[in-house]
Design a protein around this ligand. Structure first.
Ligand SMILES: Cc1cc2nc3c(=O)[nH]c(=O)nc-3n(C[C@H](O)[C@H](O)[C@H](O)COP(=O)(O)OP(=O)(O)OC[C@H]3O[C@@H](n4cnc5c(N)ncnc54)[C@H](O)[C@@H]3O)c2cc1C
Length: 405
């Protein structure tokens, strides 16, 4: 073979996004919606379509603000045309006492509090909008990364070389780019795993998301939109348990697992009649000390991973994507080089405090409900019932969860 045939030609772009998950894809959509920015997206895996004839076991509860962002990106119609489930209320209760809080969209004069959607449904809708606009390279990994004079040079596992002034790590909780950038991360394992699966229950969920807390861990029933044959009887569950207990639950046969779920959920939806294949996901909390530096930024789970008990992980990631896209577009309008430190610093200033506050409140909840001291239990239950009687406070909490505040 001649020497020229072996020569690798570098491809140039304005922005390289590594990770075509929900956050990286939304960011690429936002960057290319109305600008001439050239974006290349790289992912180590081929995006998986939603399963045929069943539900994706991974779902997210999208806040009103996250849905509004997807509307602005013209992605939301693609979700609606597939499958989504509005939830009109939320009920949380203490499985070890009598504390209970009920939230209703009526109190906010809205039609719903948010939507439960399958990850692969949102991803497909994002990629339908993305595909004509950006080059998506998948499945391909990152081999090496160098920063040479204001340019990031990325060598991919297929030998391709990419050059861009701005590189974005949207490659999830185990971010390789965060590691290559030597950005320290504070992290701790909860020693809990979340069991996720789809279940069918005897009673209809009535478009209410339910979560029972106990010192063992929270169990959530998130409503799904099913067909006319079983209206409102499918939910996605997220059951966070100590690892040893989760392992035992994973090993049960379907009938015994359903019986356990019926009992632990206090049969809030009657008997759990059927459960799909279960998956156990180890739970971590992580936070990167910096969200990047000149020419490099982290978004979504690559910057912060949060306990799923309040269903805020992807919402926070989508707010990151929106904020970073706005900063990049601002820099482009003002002819500031995308490799300039100010782009990432301005993004970080907007997002770090918000993400840290959300993580701190989740940690507080987790510890409050993880404790089994009788005095704390009594205070916790009195506190929950007090909150339930304070409409102004419930409105505020709903507005925070919706991303309005
Ligand atoms: C059990 C559970 C329940 C949850 N429920 C909710 C909820 O109700 N609401 C909510 O808001 N959030 C929820 N979350 C959190 C939410 O799922 C995550 O915050 C969200 O998926 C993060 O998106 P991301 O795009 O940042 O990362 P990811 O979804 O992890 O995507 C990362 C992408 O990068 C790719 N990648 C990884 N490594 C490389 C590499 N080296 N090179 C190239 N590509 C790479 C991957 O293939 C993937 O496509 C939940 C999480 C868990 C575990």
């Amino acid at each position: 073979m001649s020497e020229s045939a072996n020569k690798v030609i570098a491809e140039s772009a304005d922005v390289i996004v590594v990770g075509a998950g929900l956050v990286g894809s939304a960011l690429a959509c936002a960057l290319t919606a109305a600008s001439a920015i050239k974006v290349v997206v790289v992912d180590a895996n081929q995006p998986q379509p939603p399963p045929e004839g069943g539900f994706d076991p991974r779902v997210v509860a999208l806040s009103a603000a996250a849905v509004q962002f997807l509307r602005e990106l013209e992605v939301w119609p693609g979700v609606v045309s597939q499958r989504h489930c509005p939830y009109r209320g939320m009920e949380v209760w203490d499985g070890e006492g009598n504390g209970r809080i009920r939230f209703s969209c009526d109190d906010l004069h809205r039609d719903q509090l948010g939507f439960i959607v399958e990850n692969s449904v949102v991803l497909r809708a994002l990629h339908q909008v993305l595909q004509p606009r950006v080059q998506l390279l998948a499945p391909v990994g990152v081999e090496t990364w160098d920063q040479i004079n204001d340019l990031n040079q990325l060598t991919l596992s297929d030998g391709r070389v990419l050059l861009a002034p701005l590189l974005i790590g949207a490659d999830g909780g185990h971010s390789r780019l965060r590691e290559l950038a030597h950005i320290p991360v504070s992290s701790w394992a909860y020693n809990h795993s979340a069991i996720v699966t789809t279940v069918r229950t005897a009673a209809s969920h009535d478009f209410i998301a339910r979560q029972r807390f106990s010192h063992q861990g929270p169990l959530a029933f998130l409503p799904l939109q099913d067909g006319p044959a079983d209206p409102g009887r499918h939910c996605s569950i997220v059951w966070s348990l100590e690892e040893a207990v989760a392992e035992r639950m994973m090993g049960l046969d379907d009938k015994t697992f359903c019986a356990e779920l019926t009992q632990v959920s206090e049969a809030c939806l009657g008997e759990v009649e059927w459960a799909d294949q279960r998956h156990a996901i180890p739970l971590w909390q992580r936070h990167a000390s910096e969200y990047g530096r000149a020419g490099f930024a982290l978004v979504g789970d690559a910057a912060h991973t949060i306990h799923p008990l309040a269903g805020q992980g992807v919402n926070l990631g989508l707010y990151d994507a929106k904020a970073l896209a706005a900063e990049i577009l601002r820099a482009q309008r003002r002819r500031v080089p995308l490799s300039h430190d100010s782009v990432v610093q301005r993004y970080q200033r907007q997002r770090k405090f918000h993400n840290l506050s959300a993580m701190a409140s989740m940690e507080g909840f987790k510890r409050l409900f993880g404790a089994d001291s009788p005095s704390l239990l009594a205070v916790r239950n009195r506190g929950m019932n007090w909150v339930d009687g304070q409409l102004w406070l419930k409105r505020l909490l709903m507005q925070v969860a919706a991303g309005d505040v």
